[in-house]
Design a protein around this ligand. Structure first.
Ligand SMILES: NC(=O)c1ccc[n+]([C@@H]2O[C@H](COP(=O)([O-])OP(=O)(O)OC[C@H]3O[C@@H](n4cnc5c(N)ncnc54)[C@H](OP(=O)(O)O)[C@@H]3O)[C@@H](O)[C@H]2O)c1
Length: 338
């Protein structure tokens, strides 16, 4: 194949599990590959493997996507390539009580899980539309429609991603561009999954059929995307996977407070890994609500507006720190060009 005819798959968040597997399976479909994540060492290893197995050209880009100029760097890195497929896999998921979670962490979740996929689609979608061919895949969670009392920001970002992806599917289908939202349960081998659920809970989820090997997830989602589907549910024939999604949708439309409380309780029980306990999510690690827990009345709440108190002098405006501090240059390793 001539270099100018080659199409590429860009996998954002490709150093581990599902992302790495999308890169492998896209290479098996004949695409050149661009892999993006923070850990250069893992990207290099993956690139060597893909080159050896599929003879495909691979570019790697080690960059922290939370950095201000990361997207610019990425665009620069791929400017000369025809990106046929874009896989948005990178994400940030921190559980914990809303008031105990730092604002920066919340903003970073919005940035990674909602703003970034939208910006990537904005950057790469128009060329696909112009060519009347392309694929956009957004990685999402099966339970993304479920409201959880310790996971509101993450669930909110993933709900956005679902509706955004479905809307784009409806818009782009007339141009021959496929858009899929992959609704995934547990990902075997995922570091984040292993930090959130203990081994016992992971075994229960696997037994129920709701966790899968990355290769299986990717193969199934690509098969469903090929058929033009938008909601890609790996192992959709297994009831727990279909149900996991449908319960979330039903809970949304019922707007039932009881369902929200029940689902929150269920996931608090399920998420008993180290990270979940440290964040006070699982009942075993749950911190009591201050004072109320011991039956005392809550501390006196300062009135928002006290007419007898003089108004404080206006403060001089403070500089607002940018949530995506830019630190250090991204490192780029490109396929040696002839
Ligand atoms: N884990 C699960 O069981 C599970 C369940 C349901 C849905 N999902 C969805 O499946 C997808 C993958 O999940 P995951 O748990 O495997 O995600 P992850 O471990 O948090 O990250 C996936 C990839 O993104 C990269 N990444 C993370 N933060 C980055 C940053 N700031 N800049 C650049 N790259 C970054 C990671 O590599 P580096 O660390 O090398 O940067 C990795 O290659 C997500 O969209 C998630 O919502 C996961």
């Amino acid at each position: 194949m001539r270099d100018s005819d080659r199409t590429y798959a860009l996998v954002v968040g490709a150093s581990t599990t599902v992302g790495a597997e999308y890169a492998r399976q896209m290479a098996a479909r004949g695409h050149g590959i661009v892999v993006v994540a923070r850990r250069q060492r893992l990207l290099d290893r993956l690139a060597d493997e893909i080159r050896a197995q599929h003879g495909a050209p691979v570019r790697t880009l080690a960059v922290d996507l939370l950095e201000e100029r990361a997207l610019e760097t990425l665009l620069e890195h791929t400017r000369d390539l025809t990106i046929h497929a874009l896989v948005c896999n990178a994400n940030l998921h921190r559980v914990g009580p809303f008031e105990e979670t730092a604002l920066d962490t919340k903003l970073h979740m919005l940035r990674m899980n909602a703003e970034l996929p939208m910006r990537l689609a904005h950057a790469y979608g128009p060329a696909m539309v112009a060519r009347r061919s392309g694929e956009l895949i957004f990685l999402n969670a099966l339970n993304c429609m479920t409201a959880l009392d310790f996971d509101g920001v993450f669930q909110g970002t993933k709900s956005f991603l679902l509706v955004f992806g479905e809307s784009l599917w409806a818009e782009y289908r007339r141009y021959g561009v496929k858009v899929g939202v992959a609704m995934v349960g547990g990902i075997e081998g995922s570091e984040s999954y292993e930090r959130k659920l203990s081994e016992v809970k992971r075994r229960i989820v696997k037994w129920a059929g709701a966790s899968m090997a990355p290769s299986h997830i990717v193969a199934q989602s690509l098969e469903q995307l090929d058929r033009g589907e938008c909601i890609l549910i790996p192992d959709v024939a297994v009831p727990v996977n279909r149900l996991g999604y449908q319960v979330g949708v039903a809970a949304r439309s019922l707007r039932s407070r009881t369902v929200t409380r029940m689902m929150s309780g269920f996931y608090r029980w399920l998420l008993d890994g180290e990270e979940s306990q440290a964040a006070g999510v699982h009942p075993a690690g749950r911190r009591p609500v201050p004072s109320m827990a011991r039956g005392r009345p809550p501390a006196r709440v300062e009135p928002l507006f006290d007419e007898d108190r003089p108004l404080p002098a206006p403060e001089s405006p403070k500089a607002v720190p940018t949530p995506y501090a830019s630190e250090g240059p991204a490192s780029i390793a490109a396929e040696p060009r002839p």
